[in-house]
Design a protein around this ligand. Structure first.
Ligand code: GDG
Length: 464
């Protein structure tokens, strides 16, 4: 079997299966970011192919060696929907929903993490670099290190890492920390996440933690250094600019506004339908503005794309019901024959349509209660080649650390959010331009290839 000098390990492979059994590259940002690195290094990617029970041999796809991991329907339920999305996800997002701690889920998480580690150990050449992605695979770094001490191992955590007071609820907190400490570099979105991780390590193991790294004692009396640091992820900004410049996408943006009855202001929310995104809070603020008579449906329409997500997890089923009830009530109270309050779309759209929406929106609402980064905020900014539009951004999204020129909001403060929405709607063009230019500068300078480059450089240095 061929072995690679660079291996990415992620829950999902970077491809989706067509109906006719062929493969298509998935549209995600991580895939785009790593593509050049993968090509150059003739890299391998270990991940699940996205369907239960699918048992496939490794194969090559557009210059990348793909190593599919088989997961049974039961493992998907326990490892993925259970432990990853119903234990870790809510716990790490500050228990917005109650995490469920179930031992059978944990057992499956351990088993599946081991399978990923074994496949990665097989795929990696002597002295290779392996980059593990995200919270579904927190045990892989240490498992892999014990199988293959010759490897350089990086791990990037895409979601928040919670404060110790919350993290310590986890019955398997020591195992998870040990798993992550198997990496040479553990990357986080925000400085605060890296700090929370270091604190958890201090509290659990009493290791020394400094900016230069965490000192992990080894059995033979020597030590290893583990760098825990923020590497804020970004987007492929150029590709958004290219889409925003296309005449047909600009025409589509105009068409969207017309189909909404040309309201003075179009507001937009784009989220996976997830309780971390603060969709209910946003709807409440907008509904109250209509109720108060501060806005009318002729003045303002909210377009809310809520793309389907984790539809078999109970908390998501409930959330969908609540949101759809709220949307129905607001529209029922305020719609006219010609105008709607909220155009709600529980659908996924192609990227072209997303950019047309970004161009059509005067105000972008990012009201997450907790979010690792929030790429939607960066996509909106990159798409605004006209330097117009206003971004409302929750301080609880990682993006808030970088995007200081957005209007910052606390989504729990409904009154404050209503004021911020009115301020955004009324913002003069000159101020919009000043803010948008500064936001765009940041996103264009720190794009996703900058992110992967700085992580991989830190990793190369760490091991030296
Ligand atoms: C996790 C962390 C972190 C959404 N609907 C459609 C669609 N999308 C795209 C967006 C964006 C992506 O999905 C969502 O990324 P976010 O960053 O906003 O949020 P999560 O999915 O929760 O991602 C997050 C991220 O990982 C990366 O580290 O920023 O904090 O939670 O790109 O545009 N894309 C298309 N159609 C849709 O309907 N094409």
């Amino acid at each position: 079997m061929s072995q690679a000098d660079f291996v990415v390990v992620a829950n999902r492979l970077p491809v989706d299966r067509d109906d006719d059994g062929g493969w298509r590259r998935s549209p995600g940002g991580l895939v785009t970011a790593l593509e050049p690195v993968m090509r150059k290094a003739e890299g391998a990617w270990v991940g699940w192919a996205g369907k239960p029970g699918l048992d496939l041999e490794p194969f090559d796809f557009e210059g990348t060696h793909l190593v599919p991991i088989t997961l049974s329907a039961e493992e998907i339920q326990n490892y993925y929907e259970g432990f990853s999305n119903d234990t870790i996800w809510p716990l790490y997002h500050d228990v917005i929903a109650a995490p469920r701690y179930r031992r059978v889920w944990w057992d499956a998480y351990v088993d599946v993490n081991r399978r990923f580690a074994e496949a990665s150990a097989d795929a990696a050449a002597e002295g290779a670099t392996v980059w593990v992605q995200d919270y579904q695979l927190q045990l892989v770094p240490a498992m892999l290190r014990s199988m293959r001490p010759d490897l350089t191992i990086g791990y990037f955590h895409h979601i928040p890492f919670p404060a110790y007071g919350l993290f310590s609820q986890l019955p398997w907190r020591r195992q998870v920390l040990e798993g992550l400490l198997g990496a040479d570099v553990v990357g986080f979105q925000r400085v605060a996440d890296a700090g929370n991780f270091a604190r958890a390590v201090r509290r659990q193991f009493h290791y020394t933690t400094k900016a230069s790294g965490i000192t992990v004692p080894l059995e033979d009396g020597s030590t290893r250094n583990v760098l825990a640091k923020a590497f804020p992820i970004s987007i492929d900004a150029e590709s958004y600019i290219e889409l925003a410049q296309r005449p047909e996408i600009q025409a589509r943006a105009k068409e969207i506004r017309e189909s909404l009855g040309n309201p003075k202001t179009v507001m937009l929310g784009v989220d996976r339908l997830d309780y971390t995104k603060g969709i209910r809070h946003r709807l409440k603020a907008f509904g109250e503005l209509l109720q108060d008579g501060k806005l009318s449906v002729e003045d303002a329409t909210l377009v809310q794309v809520a793309s389907p997500s984790r539809e078999r997890v109970e908390a998501y089923i409930q959330l969908r019901d609540e949101i759809e009830l709220t949307v129905g009530r607001i529209n029922g109270d305020f719609d006219t024959m010609d105008h709607t309050a909220i155009r709600y779309l529980h659908q996924a759209f192609p990227r072209e349509e997303m950019v047309a929406l970004y161009l059509a929106a005067d105000v972008m609402l990012v009201t997450a209660l907790r979010d690792g980064m929030n790429l939607v905020a960066k996509e909106y900014v990159a798409s605004r080649i006209d330097n117009r539009g206003v971004l409302l951004l929750s301080e609880f999204a990682g993006a808030a650390d970088e995007l200081g020129s957005a209007i910052r909001i606390n989504p729990h403060d409904i009154g404050g959010m209503k004021d911020a929405i009115m301020r955004a709607i009324e913002m003069p063009g000159a101020e919009q331009g000043r803010r948008m230019r500064s936001l765009r500068r940041r996103v264009l300078e720190h794009d996703v290839s900058d992110w992967s480059k700085s992580f991989l450089e830190a990793l190369a240095t760490a091991k030296r």
